[in-house]
Design a protein around this ligand. Structure first.
Ligand code: UTP
Length: 294
């Protein structure tokens, strides 16, 4: 029987340079989309996808993430004495959400290196990886979609998205052949090769890897085998390329919309669309946008 993934690793030790100066003293993962930090969207997606354990890879200056998911006695006491029951439930709900463990990446030596830091906590079982600055709005949570594929084939699966040629050089891009899956074609691919940030003319396809993965534990040995690249960084894409030599790796074009909230424009787009969807803010916010002389 194929074992299910139970744990999700959240690499959150990057420097967030694309969002300076906001990220100088504040983790990118704590930037609020409407009123919730980015990482909470990812954690909720993991919970709604059936995961039971969260492992967050943090670094220097990231303590706000731990505080956010911890109990806040003073705040809870204050809300209780003021009779603010709804807010109290909201705040308590965050710390009661799920078990979270933390591991540190002392230096930001790349996404592959960050994932490797979780090796001991993950153990020898399949696991998910969530990059919380990729916010995905989907009817069926993206991680759930990937796990359904994983549970069918028992092989690693990465999330894929079609990207226009002019922006493909910002992504890991796959060379892949389509596979019919559950009577569907055009969503599932068996990956032949992948290239990190290719020039548009060298890109093997328009299918880019997005920040959701289900990985088998062999990925750790593959990451360990990778030579560090520029700046001593170890890339997850290189680890996956190594894994491809001995194991199948699939890509799944998920259903849903992804926002690159680690980028200023992507963050603004996500903010507007999420605010418009909110039951309490959507109406007045739409009115306000309509009143602007655009
Ligand atoms: P990004 O590519 O978004 O890098 O990392 P970054 O450094 O955070 O941001 P920019 O590009 O400088 O603006 C994708 C994910 O991998 C994590 C980041 O925290 C983010 O969630 N990461 C990256 C690490 O945990 N460690 C690293 O060494 C690099």
């Amino acid at each position: 029987m194929i074992p299910k993934a139970r744990k999700a690793v959240f690499p959150a030790a990057g420097l967030g340079t694309r969002f300076l100066p906001a990220t100088k003293a504040q983790p990118k993962e704590m930037l609020p989309l409407v009123d919730k930090p980015l990482i909470q969207y990812g954690v909720e997606e993991a919970i709604h996808s059936g995961l039971q354990d969260i492992i967050i890879v943090t670094g220097r200056g990231k303590s706000a993430i731990e505080d956010h998911f911890d109990v806040s006695f003073e705040l809870e006491h204050l809300l209780e004495t003021r009779g603010k029951k709804d807010l109290l439930a909201l705040v308590r709900g965050i710390s009661d959400m799920i078990d979270i463990s933390y591991v540190r990446q002392k230096e930001a030596l790349g996404l592959g290196h960050a994932v490797l830091r979780a090796k001991e906590l993950v153990g020898k079982e399949p696991f998910c990886v969530v990059l919380s600055d990729d916010v995905i709005d989907a009817e069926i949570p993206c991680l759930r979609q990937l796990q359904d594929v994983y549970e069918f084939y028992g092989a690693s699966v990465v999330a894929l998205m079609e990207v226009p040629k002019e922006s493909i050089s910002a992504y890991g891009v796959v060379d892949a052949e389509p596979v019919d899956h559950m009577g569907q074609s055009g969503r599932l691919f068996r990956i032949r090769n992948m290239v990190e940030k290719p020039k548009a003319e060298d890109a093997p396809s328009n299918l880019a890897i997005i920040g959701r993965y289900v990985l088998t534990p062999e990925i750790f040995t593959s990451i360990e085998a990778v030579e560090p690249g520029r700046g001593g960084e170890i890339q997850l894409t290189d680890g996956l390329k190594h894994l491809l030599r001995s194991r199948p790796v699939y890509g799944y074009k998920f259903e849903g919309k992804r926002y690159d909230a680690g980028d200023k424009l992507g963050f603004l787009q996500a903010t507007v669309e999420f605010a418009l969807k909110r039951y309490d803010l959507g109406g007045p916010f739409r009115q306000y946008l309509k009143s602007l002389p655009l």
